[in-house]
Design a protein around this ligand. Structure first.
Ligand SMILES: Nc1ncnc2c1ncn2[C@@H]1O[C@H](COP(=O)(O)OP(=O)(O)OP(=O)(O)O)[C@@H](O)[C@H]1O
Length: 337
């Protein structure tokens, strides 16, 4: 594989349309992804993730700013000359071609001779444990196998950075979790930078060692997943990443993790961090129970508490129960105003 290289986005922007109808899909973002990282671009629909990925790939022109890979400015290079490759969803495989020819396709486009491209494609298929299925067409493969062909097809140009746009969204939930683990394993084995677009915080948390949370064309926060989860820098991040209650406080808003939010029938009057609430539901989730509450102090806002199964069994909650939600001072994370 080619040498590793950091990827840098410098004031990168994408504007669609002209004049009155112009819209800024990516709003001058700065980002540095160190070589060999699994980076997930995470955010709600329309936040600019795919536009960012497509600009890195060279499938979309940047309106302004720079894309630098390993110190080389690739902003205006054609897609094939950038050292990046896009892994498309498995359903984008050519249905009439064998796995081998699907994998070899981009070498054919580059004029590589048949024997060489078949040898390289076969090597890659072996690497993803599909060497024995090289002659099968996509329709003769399982969803997971098709996904591996798609990966091999992307890797054949020996990219420094692999770009993945929602690669797991077409798979059923069971296969998705399985393929997620495979993606992570491949990335670790290859030691290559992966940039993976997803709107699923669960997927980003499971895969990434660098999470980039985007909102309305901007980067709200980026960093290691634990840091982003435990120290959200904005209300948007706390809400989008999930697992937090965002609560009013004397000097702004605070976030408290749902698994640090405790419930009691009564607490001493002088308990500092408390809110009176009414249970609206309890959802059994296997290892834990999610209790939802309506809180009078914030009528438009639902409060959530994640309790261990054993704790819930000791003190079950039913819809309509009055409860006091409380938390420790150490579990309060202040959000900037
Ligand atoms: N070709 C285009 N022409 C005009 N507007 C576009 C085009 N592509 C995307 N947009 C707009 O740019 C914004 C960002 O889109 P983008 O696809 O990058 O977001 P996304 O975060 O990947 O969303 P999703 O998760 O739904 O794919 C959206 O408002 C979208 O409508």
């Amino acid at each position: 594989m080619a040498a590793q290289a950091d990827l840098e986005l410098v004031r990168l922007a994408k504007r669609y349309g002209h004049g009155q109808h112009a819209s800024l899909a990516v709003d001058h973002i700065d980002l540095r992804v160190a070589a060999g990282r699994y980076c997930c671009l995470l955010g709600p629909s329309g936040c600019g993730k795919t536009s960012t990925l497509r600009m890195i790939a060279g499938h979309e022109d940047a309106s302004s700013g720079d894309i630098v890979l390993g110190g080389r400015n690739i902003t205006h290079l054609p897609a094939a000359a950038r050292g990046t490759a896009m892994m498309f969803q498995s359903y984008a495989l050519f249905p009439h071609l064998s796995s081998l020819d699907n994998v070899a396709f981009s070498l054919k486009m580059r004029g590589v001779d048949r024997a060489t491209r078949h040898r390289r494609a076969q090597d890659l298929l072996e690497r993803v444990s599909l060497g024995h299925l090289a002659s099968r067409k996509p329709s003769e493969l399982s969803g997971g196998q098709q996904q591996r062909v798609a990966l091999a097809r992307a890797l054949i140009t020996e990219p420094r950075v692999l770009l993945l746009d929602e690669p797991l969204s077409a798979l059923d939930p069971f296969l998705r979790v399985q393929m997620r683990a495979e993606l992570k394993r491949w990335q670790t084995t290859l030691g290559m930078t992966f940039i993976h677009v997803t709107h699923s915080q669960e997927e980003a948390m499971a895969l990434a060692d660098h999470v980039v949370v985007m909102n309305a064309g901007r980067i709200e926060q980026d960093g290691p997943p634990r840091e982003v989860f435990n120290a959200p820098r904005s209300e948007f991040v706390a809400r989008f990443i999930g697992g937090h209650n965002v609560l009013p406080a004397a000097d702004g808003k605070i976030a408290v993790r749902t698994d640090k939010t405790r419930l009691a029938r009564e607490v001493p009057e002088d308990t500092p961090h408390r809110l009176d609430a009414t249970v609206t539901g309890a959802e059994y989730q296997g290892t834990h129970v999610l209790v939802t509450l309506h809180c009078d102090a914030m009528p438009d806002n639902e409060l959530r508490a994640v309790l261990s199964e054993s704790l819930y069994a000791e003190l079950p909650w039913r819809s309509g129960d009055r409860a006091v939600a409380h938390w420790r001072a150490a579990d309060v994370h202040a959000l900037p105003a």
